[in-house]
Design a binder for this molecule. Structure first.
Ligand code: GLC
Length: 433
């Protein structure tokens, strides 16, 4: 790709961010997702930072303004009414003044805050701004390591598949069998009005998503009890690795700002989490796997969750094995990284998190690989990501076999990741060109 192509890509990416900007927050895409989503916002902030740092901080500040008193940061903030989305605030009923959902999402904020701060030109102004965010992110981490790890194992569990950010991954199929699907209120899905039903989760999965939601609602969203009361409790290596990395990054950021207590608490969390992560390693698959906390057994599902683990500072040997898995998959797919191993018969190239490639995941994995010194694989992922964009535009996700764009269009975090892949100073210059 020559400089002109890169400049035009950056311009198109920043245009999408502006288009989906609602002032103080960004919607993932018009129609399908009309509110603020947690990890979308943090990753989108990285994109904004390429051309408007003030707007980047505002994105995260808005998200954290809706943190719950117990420290949880909800996965959706329903800033305004929109009946084009289901389940909306009337279903969640979390009792917040600005309605929110009642579950969380991958804690990528610590990582994003550090990265934006590091690249900031006016450190003094950014420091003033980031200080209160640091305290809030710390409270979120503390929440996760207590409410979602009540026995202090160093690994947090998700209690709903939506918390992983990988809604219908094959990883959840087995533990999901324990979640009833009967007795839920009648409902009408809206996602299938905006996207091809063949690319979305099934009705059976939706019934169970809603059963869990209603179950938590009956317990008044009391996070003191939800973990133990949930029939779905899964330790996702991806979710944990993102949290571990965010703890380590928050520790470094806090250190720089002189917030010693936050720094040492998060350093300790990262260290413990990284050690505990080893419990999820599968020698047979050459990657990490999910753990079903109810049965205490690993789930036999080679998904991208176990590859995102490289985003935490895993050992050289583990990073090497993950890099080898990706290289091997690149031989079977035209584009990496598929969200599930194509060699597994359950792989489904177009169905959301059961096969398709996602740019945000590519970004996390390539960042981890580059940090581990595996530049060649990192570069394969970066090149594949930009090819997908050139071929299919800024889609929500892509068929890794054909590159076909799937799901929502003109997607915010996909655009933000393009700015990241075009990188730093160059993206800034290109986005303004
Ligand atoms: C879907 C994705 C989730 C994302 C949300 C908004 O639910 O699975 O990861 O945060 O859409 O883009």
């Amino acid at each position: 790709m020559n400089r002109e192509d890169r400049a035009s890509l950056a311009r198109r990416a920043s245009q999408i961010l502006r288009e989906n900007d609602r002032g103080a927050y960004t919607v993932p895409t018009k129609g399908l997702y009309p509110f603020q989503w947690n990890w979308d916002s943090c990753l989108t902030a990285l994109g904004f930072a390429a051309f408007d740092e003030d707007r980047a901080w505002r994105e995260m500040e808005t998200l954290f303004a809706h943190q719950w008193p117990d420290g949880m940061v909800p996965h959706i903030i329903f800033h305004q009414d929109d009946d084009g989305y289901f389940p909306g605030p009337d279903v969640w009923q979390t009792g917040r003044s600005v309605p929110t959902s009642g579950i969380t999402q991958p804690a990528v904020a610590g990582f994003a805050a550090r990265r934006i701060f590091e690249r900031s030109k006016d450190k003094a102004a950014s420091a003033a701004r980031v200080r209160s965010l640091v305290q809030k992110i710390d409270r979120w981490h503390a929440f996760l390591y207590s409410a979602r790890d009540p026995r202090g194992e160093g690994l947090v569990a998700i209690i709903h598949p939506w918390e992983s950010g990988r809604d219908n991954a094959i990883d959840w199929d087995e533990p999901f069998q324990r979640v009833p699907s009967e007795g839920i209120a009648p409902y009408r899905r809206r996602d299938v009005d905006h996207a091809d039903p063949a690319h979305r989760p099934t009705k059976e999965q939706y019934d169970r998503y809603l059963w869990l939601l209603e179950h938590f609602r009956r317990h008044e969203w009391d996070n003191e009890v939800l973990h133990d009361l949930s029939p779905f409790r899964v330790v996702d290596p991806g979710f944990n690795a993102i949290l571990i990395r965010s703890c380590a990054d928050l520790a470094a950021l806090a250190e720089e700002l002189g917030a010693k207590k936050v720094a040492s608490a998060n350093r300790a969390r990262a260290k413990k989490g990284l050690k505990a992560l080893e419990r999820l390693w599968s020698e047979r698959h050459g990657q990490y796997l999910c753990l079903d906390r109810t049965t205490e057994s690993l789930i036999d599902s080679p998904s991208v969750g176990g590859l995102i683990a490289v985003f935490a500072a895993v050992s050289e040997a583990r990073a090497g094995a993950i890099g080898a898995r990706i290289t091997e998959m690149a031989e079977r797919c035209c584009y990496v990284v598929p969200s599930h191993d194509p060699a597994d018969p359950r792989f489904d190239a177009k169905r959301y998190w059961r096969g398709p490639a996602w740019l945000i995941v590519n970004y996390l994995i390539s960042d981890g690989l580059a940090a581990a010194g595996m530049d060649a694989v990192a570069e394969t992922i970066r090149a594949s990501s930009l090819q997908l964009i050139e071929k299919g535009g800024f889609a929500e996700y892509y068929d890794p076999l054909t590159g076909e764009p799937c799901g929502g269009d003109r997607f915010t975090w996909t655009a933000a990741m393009v700015l990241e892949f075009l990188r730093g100073g160059e993206a800034r210059e290109l986005a303004r060109a």
